[in-house]
Design a protein around this ligand. Structure first.
Ligand SMILES: *[C@@H]1O[C@H](CO)[C@@H](O)[C@H](O)[C@H]1NC(C)=O
Ligand SMILES: *[C@@H]1O[C@H](CO)[C@@H](O)[C@H](O)[C@H]1NC(C)=O
Length: 536
C-alpha cells in the first residue's frame, strides 16, 4: 500500500520533471531575459579541497578571521548551508558542474592522470559551450582536470580563453616547492634519461620529479615548471584583464576560475622580512587568506557590472595532508572515524561533499540571506543557462535543477533527493552509495579515505542501509534503529528513489563513456629531450 503510493508519487514527479519543470524553466528564463536588457555576466569561482568549516561565516564558533571577503559576499548576498559538490574528488565533481549530470551519465567517475589520453567525453555538452553559442565571452582560469590531450582541453570544450594548470598542482614538480606532506623536493635535474612518471611510480614516492608542473595558455605550455608562488598574481591579472576586455567589447562574459587554493602544495605569500614564513601550522590559514583576497579583488573588479558571482568548492578537505588540510566543521563522519580512516575528501560522508557556497549579485540576490535548501554543484549548469535565457539540448537527461527561485526568490526547497557517488573510498567508482532525502541520509556502502598518518577503514556493505538523521546528528554518528516506523518509511522511500534513478540512467540514450587509458605521449611536456620536462 505504502509502496504503491510511493510509486505513484514517483511517477507523478517524473511527469512533473518532464512537463511542469520544463514550463517553469521556460518562464524563469523568460523572466531573467526580460529583467536584464543585456545578458548578465557570470563568475564561477571553484576552490579546491576547501572544507565547509573553512568559511568563517559557516563556522562562527571557530572565531577565525580568514575569509573576510567571502564573509562580506555572504552579507551582501546569499549563503548556502546545505550545498554539495557533485562528487568527492576533482575530475568527477568538475565534470558534473560543467554538464549538470552525474558521473554515471557523463562518464567521468574518477580522476584523470598526467598521462591520460582522454578526458570529459566529447559527446558531452558543456556549460561554456552553450553560453558561447548564446553570445558570451567564455574564459577559464585555473585547474581544468578534464583532459588536456588533443581535443579535450578547455579551449576545445567551449572556452574562448584559458590560462591555468591542466590538472592538480601536485601533479608535477616545481623548482621551489610549496608545503605538502610528504615535503617534495624541487624538480630533479640529475637524470640523463627522459622518464615520465606513471601512476604507479607516483604511488611509491608521492612526489613527481621528472615532469615540471605546466602552466598552459590556451593549448600551449607557456611555463614549465611554473612558479607556484606567482600563480595567484598571474590568475588575478588574467581574471581582471578578461573582465575588462569583455566590458570594453560590451559582451557578456562567463568567467570560470578554478583556484589552485586550497589544494597542496600550498604556496602562501612569503613575509617581506627574512623570517621563513609562515610557520607550518599557519600555512593553511595564510593560504586561505590569500585565496580570500583574490576573491575580493575579483569581486570589486566586477562591481560596476551586472554580475552574478558564485563561489563553491569541488570536494571536502584532503585530511591525509594533516595540518595542510581544511576543516569539515561539525561534519565529522564519526560512525566512520570510530572505525578508522578519514571521512572527508574521497568519501560520501558529509565531510567529503558538503562544501561552502555563497552567491552575490548586487540588486538581484537579496542581501544577507541564508538558504538551507539541499543543493548541488550540478545545479549551476541549468541555473546559469536559465538566467542567460538558454535552453539546454533536449537530447539528454540532466540531474541538476534550475534553482533560480532559490537564488533570487528566497525559495527554501532544493532537491528532494540527492545522490552522492563513490569517488574513491570503496567499491566501484561512480556508484550511488549514499542517498540524501530531506534531513535523512542513507548509506548502502560506507568507506573511508586515508587519514593523517595513513590509517584507512574498511569498506562495508549495508543491507538494510545505514540511515542518519542529519538534523539531529550532523556528525553522522548514530544511525536510526532498523525496524522502527521512522526507519521503515525512509528506507522504503529511498530504495524507490534509488531504483528510479538507476532505471533512468540505464535507459538514458545519452550516457557517455570516458577514456581513462594513459600513454606517456599525452603528458604535457615542453622539451621531451630534457631530463625534466621543462621549457627553456
Ligand atoms: C615570480 O616571482 C619572482 C619573485 O618571487 C620574480 O622574480 C619573477 O619575475 C616572477 N615571475 C613572474 C612571471 O611573475
Ligand atoms: C545580517 O544578518 C544577521 C543575522 O540575521 C544580522 O545579525 C546582521 O546584523 C545582518 N547584517 C547586515 C549588514 O544587515
Amino acid at each position: 500500500m505504502l509502496r504503491d503510493k510511493m510509486l505513484e508519487g514517483f511517477a507523478r514527479l517524473a511527469v512533473c520533471r518532464m512537463l511542469l519543470c520544463g514550463l517553469f524553466f521556460h518562464l524563469a528564463s523568460k523572466r531573467a531575459a526580460g529583467a536584464h536588457n543585456k545578458k548578465p555576466n557570470f563568475i564561477l569561482i571553484l576552490a579546491d579541497d576547501i572544507g565547509w568549516g573553512d568559511l568563517d561565516v559557516n563556522h562562527p564558533e571557530q572565531q577565525a578571521n580568514n575569509t573576510p571577503n567571502l564573509n562580506l559576499m555572504a552579507e551582501q548576498g546569499l549563503r548556502f548551508s546545505d550545498f554539495h559538490s557533485p562528487a568527492s574528488t576533482c575530475s568527477p565533481s568538475r565534470a558534473s558542474i560543467l554538464t549538470g549530470r552525474y558521473g554515471l551519465r557523463n562518464g567521468v567517475t574518477h580522476n584523470f592522470a598526467v598521462s591520460s589520453v582522454g578526458g570529459l567525453p566529447l559527446s558531452e555538452v558543456t556549460l561554456p559551450q552553450l553560453l558561447q553559442k548564446a553570445g558570451y565571452y567564455t574564459a577559464m582560469i585555473g585547474k581544468w582536470h578534464l583532459g588536456h590531450n588533443g581535443p579535450y582541453g578547455p579551449t576545445k570544450r567551449g572556452f574562448d580563453y584559458y590560462l591555468g594548470i591542466p590538472f592538480s598542482n601536485d601533479m608535477g614538480c616545481t623548482d621551489n616547492p610549496g608545503y605538502d606532506i610528504p615535503q617534495c623536493l624541487g624538480c630533479d635535474s640529475s637524470g640523463a634519461q627522459i622518464m615520465r612518471l606513471r601512476g604507479s611510480e607516483r604511488q611509491q614516492t608521492d612526489c613527481y620529479s621528472k615532469v615540471g608542473l605546466p602552466l598552459m595558455e590556451n593549448s600551449r605550455v607557456v611555463e614549465q615548471p611554473l612558479n607556484l608562488w606567482n600563480l595567484t598574481r598571474q590568475y588575478r591579472s588574467a581574471a581582471l584583464r578578461t573582465m575588462r576586455e569583455a566590458r570594453e567589447r560590451g559582451q557578456p562574459f562567463f568567467l570560470y576560475i578554478a583556484l589552485a587554493h586550497m589544494h597542496v602544495p600550498l604556496a602562501p605569500p612569503l613575509a617581506s622580512d627574512a623570517t621563513p614564513s609562515p610557520p607550518h601550522s599557519r600555512a593553511y590559514a595564510a593560504s586561505l587568506q590569500e585565496m580570500d583576497r583574490l576573491v575580493g579583488s575579483i569581486r570589486s573588479a566586477s562591481n560596476k557590472d551586472d554580475t552574478l558571482i558564485w563561489f563553491t568548492g569541488d570536494n571536502g578537505p584532503w585530511e591525509k595532508k594533516c595540518q595542510y588540510a581544511g576543516s569539515t566543521g561539525p561534519f565529522k563522519g564519526k560512525w566512520q572515524t570510530k572505525r578508522g580512516g578519514s571521512s572527508a575528501k574521497k568519501t560520501t560522508w558529509e565531510g567529503g561533499h558538503r562544501v561552502p557556497s555563497v552567491a552575490c549579485w548586487p540588486g538581484v540576490i537579496p542581501a544577507n540571506t541564508t538558504s538551507a535548501a539541499l543543493l548541488s554543484g550540478m545545479d549551476i549548469f541549468p541555473t546559469l543557462l536559465s538566467l542567460a535565457g538558454v535552453t539546454p539540448p533536449s537530447d539528454r537527461r540532466y540531474d541538476g535543477t534550475d534553482v533560480t527561485s532559490v537564488l533570487l526568490g528566497g525559495e527554501q526547497t532544493g532537491h528532494k533527493v540527492l545522490f552522492h557517488p563513490n569517488s574513491g573510498a570503496a567499491g566501484r567508482f561512480g556508484d550511488l552509495q549514499a542517498v540524501r532525502a530531506g534531513k535523512y541520509k542513507a548509506f548502502y556502502m560506507t568507506g573511508s579515505s586515508e587519514a593523517c598518518g595513513g590509517d584507512v577503514g574498511t569498506q562495508q556493505l549495508h543491507d538494510p542501509p545505514l540511515i542518519f538523521d542529519l538534523e539531529r546528528d550532523e556528525a553522522e554518528e548514530t544511525p536510526l534503529k532498523v525496524g522502527t516506523p521512522e526507519y521503515q518509511v525512509i528506507a522504503e522511500r529511498v530504495a524507490l528513489w534509488r531504483e528510479g534513478l538507476l532505471w533512468d540512467i540505464a535507459t538514458d540514450p545519452s550516457v557517455s563513456e570516458a577514456d581513462y587509458t594513459t600513454d606517456d605521449s599525452a603528458t604535457p611536456c615542453c622539451e621531451p629531450t630534457r631530463p625534466v620536462c621543462r621549457c627553456l
